[in-house]
Write a protein that binds this ligand. Sequence first.
Ligand code: FAD
Length: 189
Amino acid sequence: MTSQASDYKADVVVVGGGIVGLATAYAVLKKSPKTKLVVLEKDSQVGAHQTRHNSGVIHSGLYYKPGSLKAKNCLDGYTKLLQFCRENEIKHEICGKVVVATSQAEIVQLEMLYQRGLANGLTGIRKLDSREIPEIEPFCSGVAGLFVPQTGIVDYGEMVDVLKQKVLNMGAEVLTNQQLVQIDERRRA
Ligand SMILES: Cc1cc2nc3c(=O)[nH]c(=O)nc-3n(C[C@H](O)[C@H](O)[C@H](O)COP(=O)(O)OP(=O)(O)OC[C@H]3O[C@@H](n4cnc5c(N)ncnc54)[C@H](O)[C@@H]3O)c2cc1C
């Protein structure tokens, strides 16, 4: 923290006001509403880095190894994210996604993704031949494809703004232009 905030006292300090930091702050406050919590963000705006510069895809768990923590997190996160969007009226659309093999050599990987999708519980996932691909997505072509109906799109910038407002409403502070520059470890007296 810079000198103007150096005597600030809090139970929990979250460093970084991206979607991970603000979602963490929200989870802590939901579990322990009395926590004095502060989020430090070095930029002038929350979510200004990767959060507002990603592809806006709501991932459905197609890629991860079935049974792995990544697969479990992705599937749990998918449900929670959609619930959060609905509760907070965040614009989103479950438009589905097309994954394509652009050569015969990529068909093996496509088949692996199909099997993973099935094992991860993605109902409705289906194989496409080369003619069906542009019927779903006219700007796409390939030798074979998959259609994954659960994938969606959302504006993560809007989501991070909602998260910021929620943690503020829950009594936290979100300090922008505040960079963590050093951590001094001290024993409690
Ligand atoms: C090209 C690309 C596309 C992607 N597309 C998707 C997608 O479609 N869907 C999806 O779910 N995921 C996607 N991701 C991943 C997703 O964007 C990230 O997982 C997510 O945004 C990470 O959030 P974050 O809060 O960890 O990081 P950030 O949003 O980068 O937030 C970190 C924050 O910490 C602040 N900070 C850093 N150091 C300090 C410090 N010392 N003191 C104070 N503040 C500090 C930064 O200023 C920043 O605001 C994509 C990633 C990339 C690279």
